[in-house]
Design a protein around this ligand. Structure first.
Ligand SMILES: [Zn+2]
Length: 92
């Protein structure tokens, strides 16, 4: 039997899945899906894009833009307090 004629020989040469088994600690021997580091079994081709379509989306108050906006607001408040302290003197 000639190995070059084996249609599976190409699949066996494919890059291996990067996942390791938690139970045995051994590398997954499955072929990685092209463009992915893992095999189909370990999540290649799956997943959701972030945003409203994500199943874990709740109310949008934790959306990344909101987190950034609130960080900016608290920074402004902090600066305003500092200016107030410089102008009128703090309690310190
Ligand atoms: Zn795998």
């Amino acid at each position: 039997m000639d190995n070059d004629d084996n249609p599976m020989s190409k699949a066996h040469e494919a890059p291996r899945c990067a996942a390791t088994s938690k139970r045995t600690g051994e590398r997954c021997k499955g072929p990685a899906v092209s463009g992915w580091r893992v095999c189909r079994f370990h999540g290649a081709g799956g997943g959701h894009s972030p945003g409203k379509d994500h199943p874990s989306w709740r109310h949008g108050m934790r959306a990344q833009e909101w987190i950034a906006a609130r960080a900016e607001i608290s920074e402004l408040v902090r600066k305003a307090r500092e200016i107030e302290r410089l102008l009128f003197g703090g309690a310190e």
